[in-house]
Design a protein around this ligand. Structure first.
Ligand SMILES: CC(=O)N[C@H]1[C@@H](OP(=O)(O)OP(=O)(O)OC[C@H]2O[C@@H](n3ccc(=O)[nH]c3=O)[C@H](O)[C@@H]2O)O[C@H](CO)[C@@H](O)[C@@H]1O
Ligand SMILES: C=C(OP(=O)(O)O)C(=O)O
Length: 420
């Protein structure tokens, strides 16, 4: 286990370049096994989730190599092996091997996924989707076994009971090579879903409507990659650095941004009084003056992202008045709150509502990153705080934030990784 040591209180300035989106990458890597030819991904973030997915690929005899943000995956010698345990448990998105293996082999045995402990994360909608395509789904010793009928999967109309990124992607992965037409209604509209559809369509798939709540898929017999795919910028990483820049910046440029992907978040920063220059693919954040307190309610895209409620929380502590955060996606995603409280924040949770007030200053101490975005929240708080902050369980941050120590140092932060 590693710790992050932060000497807080130093203003940050300079430029930070955002990496490829984690939540695209972790879908695109499993999706690569649908290709009959080698696949190249560009702008891949250096995060632990990628290395864990590469290990899972190697269990299936799929070779991969990762250098300079370029990931080559060769699925031409793939073997269909059961994946009940091991690295599957190390991340949430390993469940995309369910849809991808089902699409490629008509069969998948995949352990129940791990990932962030942010409250209940059922996968009933994924299963409902697979069953609608004709598959039989059973549970076997903590793993899910999914088997297509003899004649293969068939297209279907699937209305998702709730908007789910994971279920939308898993159904797409299974349906792209099913016979006939699949229509997903009440689909998630996240930019990462458009990225996946672009990637699959370049391999010969026919996915239409990604980015809207109705996705139509005409099944094709097989897929083959012919060009490299460049992953979209990570809007959550971008939001994290923007919040950090507003909280403790002395002029920070955040590059490689698609600002339209951050509309709800940028609107909140503006409402708070953060001054920014929004350019074509970068945003400059000016040093903050007096900030206005706001209320935040997380919603499916294009609403305010649940993954950004924790990173923006330390910034809210700088504003006067009472602030309220309601996470409608993951109401129990509050494990950073007691940690922030120990750093001196006036912050509580009542009936799943986070209530906070202005904090004149935060004090460094030892805190725990119980999950990725909670960890990001503590990282920003540590940079704002007086004295030294030690963040334990920092693996939860490193699994999803590209070269975070290097990027923070590039902005002038005093931060280092220590072995436990
Ligand atoms: C790898 C990845 O892309 N992770 C993101 C993805 O997670 P993930 O895809 O797991 O999240 P979902 O969009 O599926 O979850 C949305 C809501 O639906 C519920 N639900 C979901 C599926 C299901 O079968 N049944 C069910 O009840 C969940 O508990 C949650 O309340 O979207 C989340 C919500 O934007 C983000 O926080 C995660 O960063
Ligand atoms: C919850 C997250 O990730 P995952 O779905 O991979 O656990 C996240 O990125 O904030």
């Amino acid at each position: 286990m590693k710790k992050m040591l932060i000497h807080g209180g130093k203003k940050l300035s300079g430029t930070v370049v955002i990496g490829g989106a984690k939540n695209s990458t972790v879908a695109l890597i499993p999706a690569a096994i649908l290709s009959r030819t080698p696949v190249t991904l560009e702008s891949v973030p250096l995060i632990q989730d990628v290395y864990n997915l590469m290990d899972i690929l190697s269990e299936m005899n799929v070779a991969s190599d990762f250098n300079d943000c370029v990931l080559h995956i060769d699925p031409t010698h793939i073997q269909n092996v059961p994946l009940p345990n091991g690295k599957i448990k190390s991340l949430r998105a390993s469940y995309y091997f369910m849809g991808a293996l089902l699409g490629r082999f008509g069969e998948a045995v995949v352990g129940l996924p791990g990932g962030d402990d942010i409250g209940p994360r059922p996968i009933d909608q994924h299963i409902k989707g697979f069953e609608a395509l004709g598959a039989t789904v059973t549970k076997e010793h903590g793993a899910i076994k999914i088997v297509a009928p003899k004649e293969g999967l068939h297209g279907a109309r699937i209305f998702l009971d709730m908007v789910s990124v994971g279920a939308t992607i898993n159904v797409i992965l299974a349906a792209v090579t099913a016979t006939g037409r699949t229509v997903i209604e009440n689909a998630a509209k996240e930019p990462e879903i458009i990225d996946l559809a672009t990637y699959l369509n370049n391999m010969g798939a026919q996915v239409r409507g990604a980015g809207t709540d109705v996705i139509r898929i005409e099944g094709v017999p097989e897929l083959a990659a012919h060009n490299a795919h460049t992953i979209i910028p990570d809007r959550i990483e971008a939001g994290t650095y923007l919040a950090m820049a507003a909280a403790i910046g002395d002029g920070v440029q955040v590059k490689n941004i698609i600002s339209e992907h951050l509309d709800a978040f940028l609107a909140k920063l503006e409402e708070m009084g953060v001054v920014m220059d929004v350019g074509e693919d970068s945003i400059f954040v000016y040093p903050a003056g007096d900030l206005k307190m706001v209320q935040i309610k997380t919603m499916p895209y294009p609403g305010f992202a649940t993954d950004l409620q924790q990173p923006i929380t330390p910034l809210l502590l700088k504003a006067e008045g009472e602030g309220i955060i309601v996470d409608t996606i993951y109401p129990k995603r509050v494990r950073h709150i007691p940690e922030l409280e120990r750093m001196g924040a006036d912050i509580t949770v009542e009936n799943d509502v986070i209530i906070l007030h202005h904090a004149a200053h935060l004090q460094g101490t030892e805190v725990t990153a119980e999950e990725i975005r909670g960890g990001a929240s503590l990282m920003i708080a540590g940079l704002m705080a007086d004295g030294e902050t030690v963040i334990t369980k920092v693996e939860n941050i490193l699994r999803g934030y590209d070269r975070v120590i290097m990027k923070l140092r590039g902005l002038g932060a005093e931060v280092e990784l220590l072995d436990d």
